[in-house]
Design a protein around this ligand. Structure first.
Ligand SMILES: NC(=O)C[C@H](N)C(=O)O
Length: 602
């Protein structure tokens, strides 16, 4: 039976409603004006050093050390790492990439059970991060033993055989509690696996547990779940502590830590803190890419329809996709290969079988056209992120790619449009939680109506109830045309913007993922985090409304010593091209991983 690791209860939010920009409240229904981009001179973060000759980075020991990328499938490099780290079996493995650890498992350098024990121990010692809601220790060890048996007997192996993974707690897992971080579903043990969970297990993955999130994935902070907020592992990094952790704030000592972003913050923190090698998130308006950017990991949102949603507890059916969080782009390609393809249980999935692909070792971007959408220089974008973005564009130019400014003119409407469509679908999706079919049922029983009302009052937090209220308002007969139908039309315009740009010859769009680096929790709860969340999604929502694939790649460390990610958006079902460009970029920027010792001290 699954054992739970839970954090403190959510803290009360206080304070006034202001936007991140500090001055510009964003009201539903009011389109956001786009400012003329003003170039601001800012220091270039050192981890994004200019690369005048954009040759692919040499595949040398130094590069491997920084990135942990495999040179020989990874086994040889892992042996070296183990020697350097004093020979601790498993310990050095934790920082390895999924591909490296897979090679090490095949070479017998480590066994699935050793690896599983190491991950479980690290989950315990990093409990403060609150990344996991449920740690499925028994199930994980059983799966690891089964995998070990397959290795021992020389049986056919899956691509993820013996590799510890984690899954966001809004995917159904047979026999393991699935809560959506909500009182409504506490204690719910699904009788079946989501298709993606089943596919992970079919490939031999070891499921360590279920990761924390905002209630029903509504939010961009991972602060709004019933099991408490998730802490960003980078809060404990040397860089952050030296550069910006508030020095004296005894009253709020425990809130120096920064948020992970969300809503898949638990998954991002789990991958970033080395407790698993890959994790599933979900992405409806940016919930995989946003926390990936804040936690310094790769976050892939695939094309809508490429991966089955069956068993993912729905938020916005027309936009939800399972997301993939890994430590490098190559790993994201491996996980994508094991999840993608038609599912008879989800009629929105592609009909064709998906051909898993390997990314080229030396990606070449010199023949590509990279589009820089000017509207993504949105209100509230920090000057530091603007600088990282423009530096990244220079990298592509220096590599011989054509880099042009493009316009996606309807982007400013995406927040409003998303708000109407999201809440309308939320209102309809949440109707099933009525105290009869699933989850919580109130003791109030004077009448059916009072039971319904009390169940939903006790079961949902105010973010969820707020969205249900807005959604029902937009769906009222007298409002439907003015809001829902109009938003559908705007969604089409937003999608058409992308079509036009890609038809004009642009291969990939390059944008920031978030408006700023992660903020301390204490600051986050002082402001109205819903306004902040809404704003934060402006750079990611449009890809969901257009159904396009997008990936956030960790790029630089901010002045405060926190990760900054950039986003690439590709054409529908062109994941191979998208990931190839992302891999090239990843090799150029050499983003530093956090140290295992720093995380352990969390
Ligand atoms: N899962 C998501 O992408 C949700 C999105 N951040 C929202 O609050 O609607």
């Amino acid at each position: 039976m699954a054992e739970r690791a839970r954090g403190e209860p959510p803290k009360q939010r206080t304070g006034t409603r202001t936007s991140r920009a500090g001055s510009r409240p964003i009201l539903p229904g009011v389109p956001v004006p786009i400012p003329i981009p003003v170039p601001v001179p800012v220091p270039v973060p050192s981890s994004l050093a200019p690369q005048p000759n954009a040759r692919p980075a040499p595949r040398c020991r130094r590069q491997w050390r920084r990135w942990g990328l495999p040179q020989d499938g990874g086994a040889q490099a892992l042996r070296r790492r183990r020697r350097r780290s004093g020979g601790g079996r498993g310990e050095a493995m934790l920082r390895a990439s999924l591909r490296q650890v897979s090679a090490a498992l095949k070479e017998g350098q480590v066994t699935p059970t050793e690896l599983c024990h190491k991950c479980l121990a690290l989950i315990k010692s990093t409990k403060l991060l609150n990344a996991y809601i449920t740690v499925a220790e028994e199930t994980a060890l059983k799966q690891a033993e089964e995998s070990e048996e397959r290795y021992r007997r020389g049986q056919p192996l899956g691509v993820l055989d013996g590799i510890p993974v984690a899954v966001k707690d809004n995917f159904n897992t047979a026999g393991i509690e699935t809560t959506c971080a909500s009182n409504m579903l506490k204690g719910y043990i699904p009788p079946y696996n989501a298709t993606v969970v089943q596919k992970l297990q079919d490939q031999g993955a070891v499921l360590l547990g279920k990761t924390n999130l905002d209630e029903f994935a509504m939010g961009s902070g991972s602060t709004d779940g019933v099991f408490g907020p998730v802490r960003n592992p980078w809060s404990y990094s040397r860089q952050y502590k030296e550069k910006s952790a508030p020095k004296s704030d005894p009253e709020h000592e425990e809130f120096k830590w920064v948020i992970t972003g969300g809503s898949s913050g638990g998954s991002a923190a789990a991958v970033s803190s080395f407790t698993c090698f890959a994790a599933l998130g979900s992405d409806t308006g940016g919930s995989t890419r946003n926390p990936a950017a804040h936690c310094g990991v790769v976050g892939l949102k695939p094309t809508y329809g490429l991966i089955s949603r069956h068993g993912l507890i729905p938020l916005v059916n027309s936009m939800d996709v399972p997301g993939i969080l890994t430590r490098c782009v190559d790993d994201a390609a491996v996980v994508l290969g094991s999840l993608a393809g038609h599912d008879p249980k989800d009629s929105t999935t592609i009909q064709d079988a998906f051909q898993p692909f390997e990314l080229p070792n030396m990606p070449d971007v010199s023949k590509l056209c990279i589009g820089i959408p000017k509207e993504y220089n949105a209100p509230g974008l920090s000057s530091e992120i603007l600088a990282v973005w423009s530096k990244a564009a220079d990298l592509f130019k220096n590599a011989g790619a054509k880099v042009i400014e493009v316009s996606l003119p309807h982007t400013p409407y995406s927040i409003v449009c998303y708000h109407v469509l999201c809440t309308a679908e939320v209102a309809s999706n949440m109707a099933r939680f009525d105290g009869l079919e699933y989850g919580h049922r109130s003791d109030v029983n004077e009448s059916t109506e009072s039971m319904y009302a009390a169940t939903r009052q006790e079961g949902f937090n105010d973010v969820v109830r707020g969205r249900i209220l807005s959604g029902n308002y937009f769906l009222l007969k007298q409002n439907y045309e003015d809001y829902f139908v109009k938003a559908q039309k705007v969604r089409r315009l937003i999608a058409n913007d992308f079509v036009k740009v890609f038809r004009s010859g642009v291969d990939i769009l390059l944008t920031p993922t978030t408006l700023s680096d992660a903020v301390p929790y204490i600051e986050f709860i002082k402001e109205d985090n819903r306004t902040r969340s809404t704003q934060d999604d402006i750079l990611t929502q449009a890809a969901n409304m257009a159904g396009l694939p997008a990936i956030s790649v960790p790029t630089a460390l901010s002045e405060r010593g926190l990760p900054v990610g950039l986003q690439f958006i590709g054409r529908s079902f062109q994941e191979k091209q998208l990931l190839t460009v992302a891999k090239w970029f990843e090799k150029q920027v050499k983003f530093p991983m956090i140290q295992l010792e720093e995380v352990k001290g969390a």
